[in-house]
Structure formats: structure tokens, C-alpha cells
Design a protein around this ligand. Structure first.
Ligand SMILES: Cc1cc2nc3c(=O)[nH]c(=O)nc-3n(C[C@H](O)[C@H](O)[C@H](O)COP(=O)(O)O)c2cc1C
Length: 219
């Protein structure tokens, strides 16, 4: 499978990037084809008013590398690992801009909007967060936002790893071992089991067989 790891901190040697590299290593160990991108290399401009920003052909005129990142690397990926520092209890500005600017390529007025929107669906997504504060509330909002935006995009959020640290690379000292959690998410990106039942969802009364497999599902 193709996995794109997106690192969205301006600090390339910072905590979320360290987690991103751990996840990339895990995905490689599982035999996946891994691509790694720093958002800062591709996203320079903010989302603008499409009515005044688009050129005559309807194309976005923010003159950076976002389009190539989106069309050549994000859309073809089967799975995304997205790493962000916690900024003001949310994602980094670069990552928010990455999502904001999806609008320019997926709205009804965008050239090939339907094709790009279709190319975003069906992916498995893991979220890696680095932050200074460790209380659960600090990352709740961002986790909820990812749950919603992946639901909206018909993607599957398979897991969230949170690493506590502030100085560069400090997450490696977090006793909760977020680098190992990130590596495990990379390894298991395509086989983590995610369930979301309704009262009438047909199911067995067991979640796991004794061998760890899902009842009725081969692994
Ligand atoms: C602009 C800014 C806002 C921040 N906001 C928070 C915050 O709300 N909560 C928190 O726990 N840490 C916050 N931090 C600390 C970072 O999340 C923390 O240093 C993290 O490890 C940085 O990750 P990085 O090394 O990948 O950039 C903030 C840091 C900056 C620079």
C-alpha cells in the first residue's frame, strides 16, 4: 500500500516530525511504500476567495506547490499519517491551510473537482500530535475535528498518538512511548479494526476470536 506521511510543524527536527518518522519506519517495516512530506515545502499561501483567486480556466492561483502535493502525492496514497504540533489546542496553521485549500480543488466550481474529491475518499488516516500539556482535554478538540473531517471525507481514522514534549525531540523521553505508538500505527495502518455500530447493526456477541482475528473476517 502507498502511505503518505505529512509533517506539518515548522520544526523539521521537532516532536511531531520525530513521531512522523517513527510512523514512517513502522509503515516501511510492514512492507508499505512510504512517501514523506514536510508541509512547509508545499504550502505557503493561505486559502483565499476563490471568486477572485481563480484564473480564467478556474484554476487556483495561489502560486505554491500545494497542487502538486495534493494531486501527485495525497490523492494516490492509500493511507495518510498526519503529524501536527498542538497549537492553541488545535492543529498547526499549515495543516489547517492544507485542509482549507482542499476546497479550491473539490468544490463544484473547481476543474476536476469531483475527481479530486473522489480521490480523497477511502483512505485510512492516523493522527500524531505533539504537545506540551498532558491532560486529556488539551487534544480532545483536535481529535474530534479529525474524527469529523475524516468522516466527511469518507476516510477512516484508525488511531491517534499523542506525544508529550516541548523542546525538540523531547517526545522520545515521554514514558508513554509515543514513538512506539506512532510506529505501531504506521505498521498497522491498514489492519487496525475500526467499528461504528448502530443499534441494529448485525454482529456476533464476540469482538475477537481467541487467535485475535475478527469473527467472520479473515485477516
Ligand atoms: C504557537 C504555539 C502554540 C502552542 N499551543 C499549545 C497548546 O495549546 N497546548 C500545548 O500543550 N502545547 C502548545 N504548544 C507547544 C507545542 O505543542 C509543543 O512544543 C510541541 O512539542 C511542538 O511540536 P513540534 O516540535 O513538532 O513543533 C504551542 C506551541 C506554539 C509554538
Amino acid at each position: 500500500m502507498k502511505v503518505l506521511v505529512l509533517s506539518s510543524s515548522p520544526r523539521r527536527d521537532g516532536n511531531s516530525s520525530t513521531m512522523a518518522h517513527a510512523a514512517a519506519d513502522g509503515a516501511r517495516q510492514a512492507g508499505h511504500q512510504v512517501d514523506f512530506a514536510y508541509l512547509a515545502d508545499h504550502v505557503q499561501g493561505l486559502f483565499r476567495d476563490c471568486r477572485t483567486c481563480r484564473d480564467l480556466s478556474g484554476a487556483c492561483t495561489v502560486g505554491d506547490d500545494y497542487e502538486r502535493l495534493l494531486l501527485d502525492r495525497v490523492v494516490p496514497a492509500d493511507g495518510l499519517v498526519i503529524a501536527t504540533p498542538l497549537y492553541w489546542y488545535g492543529m498547526s496553521g499549515a495543516l489547517k491551510t492544507f485542509f482549507d485549500r482542499l476546497f479550491c480543488y473539490t468544490s463544484g466550481s473547481a476543474p476536476d473537482g469531483d475527481a479530486v474529491a473522489g480521490g480523497l475518499t477511502g483512505k485510512r488516516v492516523a493522527l500524531l500530535i505533539a504537545c506540551e500539556e498532558s491532560y486529556r482535554g488539551a487534544t480532545l478538540g483536535l481529535t474530534a475535528q479529525f474524527q469529523e473531517l475524516t468522516r466527511y471525507l469518507h476516510q477512516e481514522l484508525v488511531g491517534v498518538a499523542v506525544g508529550i514534549g516541548n523542546s525538540r525531540g523531547e517526545v522520545s523521553q515521554d514514558p508513554a512511548r509515543p514513538l512506539e505508538q506512532a510506529a505501531e500505527l504506521g505498521r498497522r495502518l491498514f489492519d487496525v479494526r475500526v467499528t461504528d455500530y448502530r443499534i441494529d447493526t448485525p454482529r456476533s456477541n464476540r469482538v475477537w476470536e481467541s487467535n485475535g482475528a475478527r469473527p467472520g473476517v479473515s485477516r
